[in-house]
Design a protein around this ligand. Structure first.
Ligand code: DGL
Length: 264
């Protein structure tokens, strides 16, 4: 494996770009290839078998591009398929899971909220992590039904999405959570609205920064961290690229990227 090889990321759609941003910020030298499988979004409603098959399809595409490491930038794909991916492929495969541990460890009200897809909330991996870290904690799990679709359709700032979020967060606020875990890589794009709806004492956490740090430490350990500036990041989507382009252009500071449609 060579340090100049790319890192591959995939998600059920545009949401994993929130993970991309963290990795790109921490590792600006790395060449990153991102696949947005928006044609098959949302994964959260699919069976475990379907999620595994889609994850294999995406991984195969990234391996055709000679990626040195794969990041599953999707909680639903991680919690349902990472085990199978790791058995099948030799490259290091990292994933993202809802950040329950820091929320549970730091909660003062001993009540935390998790917003995630049905696929993540019903997965064995999530159940295992949750039961390990939340022994004396009340966990309010809410399925973010409709949120992935809203973001995929470019409606993150719509009144309907705001009203939907208000309904989803209400039971958590009523129970007195002091941490909200965003268990889906699409949701960081809703942070401004979520902040507006939550009481000031509630902290919002997601897994983006942690996975970026983990990516760096794995590459370092393997001696394959890019040492010199590689190519600009490449983004591929199997639907219309408009929403993906809009999200990428939100980045502060802006960055150069290439974006293409691809049938995968
Ligand atoms: N970004 C994906 C996640 O983190 C969304 C899943 C979906 O497509 O339902 O879970």
């Amino acid at each position: 494996m060579k340090s100049s090889q790319p890192i591959g990321l995939f998600d059920s759609g545009v949401g994993g770009t929130s993970i991309f941003m963290e990795i790109h910020r921490l590792l600006p030298m790395e060449h990153i290839i991102y696949l947005a499988d928006s044609k098959n979004a949302p994964y959260g409603k699919k069976s475990k078998k379907e999620i595994i098959n889609l994850s294999i399809k995406n991984t195969e595409h990234l391996l055709l591009r000679d990626c040195k490491l794969i990041v599953v930038a999707c909680n639903t794909a991680t919690t349902n398929a990472i085990h199978e991916l790791r058995l099948k492929y030799r490259v290091p495969i990292l994933g993202i899971e809802p950040a329950i541990k820091p929320a549970a460890l730091n909660s003062k009200t001993k009540t935390i909220g998790i917003l995630a897809t049905q696929g993540t909330l019903s997965s064995e991996l999530f159940a295992k992590t949750s039961s390990t870290f939340t022994k004396n904690i009340e966990v309010i799990e809410v399925e973010g039904k409709g949120l992935v679709e809203a973001i995929e359709h470019g409606a993150k700032d719509s009144q309907e999405t705001y009203a939907l979020l208000e309904r989803l967060l209400k039971p958590m606020i009523e129970k007195g959570i002091d941490y909200l875990v965003l268990g889906c890589s699409h949701y960081p794009y809703l942070i401004p609205q979520i902040k507006n709806l939550l009481p000031d004492n509630v902290k919002i956490i997601d897994s983006g920064e942690a996975v970026a740090r983990q990516t760096k430490s794995v590459l370092k350990e393997l001696g394959i961290l890019a040492q010199t500036q590689q190519r600009i990041p490449e983004f591929y989507t199997n639907t219309n690229p408009t929403v993906l382009r809009e999200l990428l252009q939100l980045s502060e500071p802006p960055f150069n990227f290439s974006l293409s449609s691809l049938d995968f």
